[in-house]
Design a protein. Sequence first.
Lengths: 288, 283
Amino acid sequence: MSKLNDFSPYTRFAVEAYTPNIGAVVHGLDLRQALDETTQAELRQALANHEVLFFRDQELTPAQQVAFTRSFGEVAEVKAFFPRLEDHPEIEIVESTAERPKAASNWHADITWREQPPLGTSLYAQVIPATGGDTLWASLTSAYASLPPAFQAYLETLTAVHTWEISGWTEYLLAKDASGEQLQAARAKYPPVEHPVVRTHPVTGKKVLYVNPTFTSHIKGLPRAQSDALLTQLFALAQVPEFQARLRWQPGTLAVWDNRSTQHYAVGDFFPQHRKLHRITITEAVAG
Amino acid sequence: MSTIATNIQRYATLNAEPLTRHIGAEISGINITQPLNDAQVKDLKQALADHQVIFFRDQPFDLEAQKNFGRYFGPLHIHPGAPSPEGHPEILRIHADENSKFVAGEGWHSDVSCDAEPPLGSILHLHTVPPHGGDTLFASMYAAYDALSDRFKQYLEGLTATHDGDHVYRGRYKSYGADDTGKTYPRSEHPVVRTHPVTGRKALFVNPGFTTHINGLPRQESAAILAYLYEHSTQPEFVVRFRWKQHSVAFWDNRCTQHLAVWDYRPAVRSGYRVTIQGEKPV
């Protein structure tokens, strides 16, 4: 069930499928260069088509990474989760050290607990451990497509609730402030949101299974036991190796993923080695 | 520009580049299609012990050379059910094309763990690979065991599980002309935690392919425990995903790994041969 032949050819770069179902390596672009509008438009299409793009052997300054990432949409100056790079507030530093080892070893799509989750993210390797620290992406387009039509039709009637509260942030905020004030403030500012269980991708028009185990708490209107059982089944689809791409980072590798149709997982097998990447969040699409 | 620490391990006669923290290494500096000397065999055995699955590139085996390579590691195993190429009973053909209704190894398993003495290892050579897809995943059952809580390790101590070939092999090779009417497939009991005869390390020794239940437990308890062990042992942290090229070879240790073949390339052809090494009774 390869999707390889489904796409119009690109004119500004070559694309090599990473697996038949998800991922592509983009050849022929030097991301230090300003890219013309046609190239940028084709990159946006490629991102939607292949769901995660890999660029190898790129030598970028932080400013160049920011400029390149703007090909895909608005670049957000993010506030909360990771430390920011001095002089480049659009860049978040994803870093794990011996003193503070960490990796997001949980399947998730970024920030689905907001009404408008990010479009995607560009992630650029800075320090890579000798072994370990791969990243996995799962195609929720392929996951949806693998289901029988009658089941797809049923899922399309459902709505799910997404919240940051089930992801460990509640405990974190209480640990920071035992009075509970910070937790209450966060709850007021970011209440749970609803998303359809099946979303339509705004660029490809393909259906995407839109639940993830980090942020999706339950399906509306179902008894809890049924909701749990159904979500367990749906979450398991991201574990199917046929729907996954696994990247081993090399120096100069940059990945851009489509947060509208994928989930991802950072393999936490490299502690206590040093690992650092620069991350830029992409928000709404460029108009037109 | 980003930096990477080096990780090539140098043995006396070959190099190994680990692919993940817990399992898998790509070997270079050796031609395994030719006869090997004692030092090379020693290094290969050590590399297998160190990395649990070792990978080679550009090794265009013919069947005799592949069998000869396998024999350095022990007598060759004969599969209980699969037909073999004429004149080569020790060879297992691994083949998928547009007509395939299933592929070998679609689910997680350790080869023929239903045998009383399951194979030590398997050596797979692919002479034809699809343009994309067809990766193989290997999970470290050492890392999976090590990561269990101490309390859970205690719980598993002394338990054995039943591994049965019947539900796997019965009727499977009919399309190849094999008639297994009246045939009995192997069924054995093995410890859930196995001690590796070479490294002495403990490994989980259950797999969803062959393991039917843990002996001596109520069925529901056994099912819940196995479901947990399967989910636990196949986490990305314990897994290496190998991408094949033409004439790649993978040599894996069945005693401390399980593996899964990704089938995402239909209708393309993926084809090669496997040689399997006899093993010992698990303890």
